[in-house]
Design a protein around this ligand. Structure first.
Ligand code: FE2
Length: 137
């Protein structure tokens, strides 16, 4: 059983997918079950560089992962924010050398996650803990 907005990865070809509609089936890619990507939360040095931050400038809400490298080898590939009800989301992809920041026009409380091409998914709030002890949406 999947959960809306969970992110899965194929460890063979690198496909990354997100759940838009929950279902009972297992997700398979390249002949193997896809891996649910856990969301990391941490306060150590690695977490410091990866935890998305929310800031307000000129009455606009921004989320960013400024402070993280944005080189060809190591960069933030996307940031996604969504409402607590998961009824609206904002997703932005980044290239190396870009500033990993986006304006968010979502009302109310939001969750934000980001994906680093080396260190995987990080979140700004503690989400659900699954049976493997990993956190996910
Ligand atoms: Fe990283």
């Amino acid at each position: 059983m999947t959960i809306k907005l969970q992110i899965y990865k194929c460890n063979i070809c690198g496909n990354i997918i997100q759940i838009l509609q929950e279902g009972d089936g297992n997700l398979v890619c390249c002949g193997k079950e896809m891996e649910l990507m856990g969301i990391q939360y941490d306060t150590d040095e690695l977490g410091e560089k990866h935890t998305p931050k929310t800031e307000f400038k000129d009455n606009k809400k921004y989320v960013n992962v400024i402070g993280h490298p944005m080189t060809k080898e190591h960069y933030i590939q996307f940031i996604e924010s969504y409402t607590k009800e998961k009824d609206e989301l904002h997703l932005k992809f980044f290239k190396p050398d870009e500033v990993p920041e986006m304006e968010v026009k979502l009302e109310g409380a939001i969750n934000t996650i980001e994906y680093c091409n080396i260190h995987n998914l990080w979140g700004d709030n503690v989400m659900l803990e699954n049976e493997n002890g990993n956190y996910s949406i």
